[in-house]
Design a protein around this ligand. Structure first.
Ligand code: ZN
Length: 391
């Protein structure tokens, strides 16, 4: 490679690295902040700027500037490619000024990547990427979350508990992301959301029957953490993340006993595991060192036949082996012939509500409030107060 070319590559890389992060704080009110208004903003597509995203609405879209509320164009085509050309967002071939535009479908639903959505679209350029955000009322967002976070066939009280917890999650999370054009992702990183495409009557009903209800602690909306299965005990938030929240405490739960993620086992080759931990040879000693109040591994210590040893955190061990192989860090380790055997319990971080327990508790006669109060210490369930008038 020629040296001039190398310098050119370096300058391009440096320019990209030195771009300031796009900050949307000044548009917070104009875009609608979930904590203040009834709107939530979910990132549903995100591509490099040299790629486009197809959006579809049979009657086309009106284009609105968020700051002024002014309608600046109409895209009449049912299918429009949203893309960036010379730093300007285009939709259906029409250039749209500003780094952020609101596309309002001229019928109830629109489609992105084959998934139907309610509400509106925000197209935003940020940090070299084109992002499509779905903006919609919180209650409609929850209709697109619940069928993917629980089994819609579960007892209605378990579905209602999930609606209260998910609503508390989204409204508390929205406070943390005000510098971005979106509040949440559509994946397990936030809550799984698939728009109107997966809505089910049972989960729609659970959202409607708990409409506006959230968990609060000392007058603030409590963060509604949940996980698939606690494996027998939930966890203190401070033992999983650096932040200790008083209402997220370790708590035994017998209710998920016998459900599908409660107990699991994995065998790992001794040589493979040594390699994963950055050692040569084979594992010849391994143990959990320290347990959290919920029983999860704080550290894993291992030795190999080469004489090396290694200690990693329980969470690091889970990541190195694979978070889908080790479904939690509530496990025991032992050497069995050529293998290291891992016997574990539960799936997920273990903080907040155990969903499989909630399903069984509802069958046993707990109502939604009883389920919520079991997993969240000292919270109230009350109608959410919108703290400022919606813009
Ligand atoms: Zn559980």
């Amino acid at each position: 490679m020629k040296s001039q070319y190398l310098i050119y590559v370096f300058i391009i890389a440096w320019c990209n690295l030195s771009l300031p992060a796009q900050d949307f704080t000044h548009l917070e009110t104009a875009l609608g902040r979930s904590s203040d208004s009834e709107l939530v903003k979910v990132r549903i597509a995100d591509v490099p700027e040299d790629q486009g995203i197809w959006v579809r609405s049979r009657q086309g879209f009106a284009v609105i500037l968020p700051e002024s509320g002014q309608e600046i164009a109409v895209i009449p085509a049912a299918n429009a490619l949203v893309y960036v050309l010379r730093s300007v967002i285009h939709a259906g071939g029409t250039p749209l000024p500003g780094g952020v535009v609101l596309l309002v479908p001229r019928e109830d639903l629109f489609t992105v990547n084959g998934i139907r959505y309610r509400g509106e679209l925000i197209a935003a350029r940020a940090n070299g990427r084109l992002t499509i955000v779905n903006r919609l009322p919180v209650e409609e967002y929850l209709r697109g979350v619940l069928p993917h976070e629980v089994d819609p066939a579960w007892h209605e009280e378990a579905l209602k508990a999930q609606a209260i917890v998910s609503r508390s999650y989204v409204l508390s999370r929205a406070l943390d992301n005000k510098s971005q054009a979106h509040d949440l992702d559509n994946s397990t990183a936030s809550q799984v959301y698939r728009g109107a495409s997966g809505e089910k009557p049972s989960t729609d009903q659970a959202v409607a029957e708990t409409s506006g209800l959230v968990m609060t602690h000392n007058g603030q909306i409590a963060v509604g953490f949940f996980h698939s299965c606690c494996g027998g005990s939930t966890e203190d938030s401070g033992d999983v993340w650096s932040r200790t929240l008083p209402y997220l405490r370790a708590r035994p739960s017998p209710y998920c006993e016998g459900t599908k993620h409660r107990d699991w086992g994995v065998v790992l080759g001794k040589a493979e595991l040594a390699q994963v931990l950055g050692m040569s040879g084979e594992i010849n000693a391994i143990e959990v060192r320290g347990r959290t109040s919920g029983g999860r591994a704080v550290h894993v210590f291992a030795q190999s036949t080469s004489g090396e040893s290694q200690q990693v955190t329980g969470e690091r061990f889970r990541v190195l082996v694979g978070v889908n192989r080790l479904k939690s860090r509530l496990f025991d380790l032992s050497i069995r012939g050529p293998y290291v055997q891992v016997l574990g319990h539960g799936w997920g971080h273990g903080v907040g509500m155990c969903q499989w327990s909630s399903a069984k508790m509802a069958e046993l006669g707990f109502d939604a409030a009883g389920i919520v109060h079991y997993f969240f210490t000292d919270v109230r369930i009350e109608p959410r107060r919108v703290r400022w008038p919606a813009p």
